[in-house]
Ligand binder design. Structure first.
Ligand SMILES: [Mn+2]
Length: 273
């Protein structure tokens, strides 16, 4: 796998970099389209085509902050790796892989940042207690994360009766923001604590933008709508780590891979303020 942006050594050595990109090509419980294990490599490869000069921020984030790319690792090693990145005062940027891996990163974040909350960008609530007999399924990831810390959910347009009943009973329904209501940023900011971990399932985007995902849902967000949320959260909160999961590259279709690579770089720009 190539390094993010394939930077010159002085801008990507571990010691001087603010960002640690962690590829985690985990895939075990995907339920519809397969191939998210190829997500990290596709994002890294596409990142080589991203301009280092950010057109929104008018800055070269890589030179300003440094971006180190780690060797790909398994889900079992993710919590330990993220813990070390926090200890070294860096921001982990995890590239998946299926969504279930986020639990490991959030565990590490909660240990370091006790007031942690999670912002989930996703088409699906992922609040099932178990799916196909598995509690660690990608369809249950936010239920597992709710056991660790509060969660605010944005871009949602698919949930099951079981999940909705659970959400109503637990009060989580107030923190579920459906995709049809876009004017939610202020509410989201108010519901998050000051220390935030962002987990971004790429199916937050409309399938017109990102068809390359395991469980696509119509009615998703577009580029500037996703940026508007991320920009404001990064401005008003201490974002301690992020992940981008569930990209399922389609051979010969590079636009979605490039879109996520550019999104990863943009959020680094927001955080390198
Ligand atoms: Mn999803």
């Amino acid at each position: 796998m190539s390094d993010f942006l394939s930077l010159e050594p002085k801008y990507c050595n571990y010691k001087n970099s603010l960002f640690a990109v962690i590829p985690c090509p985990h895939e075990a419980t995907t339920s519809y389209m397969k191939g998210t294990k190829n997500g990290p490599a596709a994002i890294l490869s596409a990142s080589r085509q991203v301009e280092n000069f950010d057109d929104e921020l008018k800055a070269d984030t890589a030179r300003k902050a440094g971006i180190h790319t780690m060797k790909p690792l398994t889900k079992a090693r993710l919590c330990g790796a993220v813990t070390k990145v926090f200890k070294d005062k860096k921001i982990p940027v995890v590239l998946g892989g299926e969504h279930s891996l986020s639990v490991e990163a959030v565990k590490a974040a909660k240990a370091r940042f006790p007031r942690l909350s999670v912002l989930q960008l996703d088409a699906h609530t992922d609040l099932r207690d178990a799916y196909k007999g598995k509690k660690d399924s990608h369809a249950c990831v936010m239920r597992r994360i709710l056991d660790i810390c509060p969660v605010v959910q944005v871009g949602i347009r698919s949930t099951s009766e079981e999940e909705w009943e659970f959400a109503k009973k637990s009060g989580q329904d107030k923190k579920i923001h459906f995709a049809e209501h876009l004017d939610v940023v202020e509410k989201v900011i108010a519901q998050l604590s000051d220390q935030v971990y962002i987990t971004c399932d790429v199916d937050i985007f409309d399938p017109a933008v990102i068809p390359s995902t395991g469980t696509p849902e119509p009615g998703g967000l577009f580029w500037y709508e996703v940026l508007d949320i991320l920009r404001e959260v990064c401005k008003q909160k201490t974002v301690v780590g992020v992940d981008f999961v569930e990209l399922c590259p389609i051979k010969g279709m590079v636009a979605p891979d490039f879109t996520i690579a550019k999104l990863v770089y943009r959020i680094m720009g927001y955080l390198a303020k």
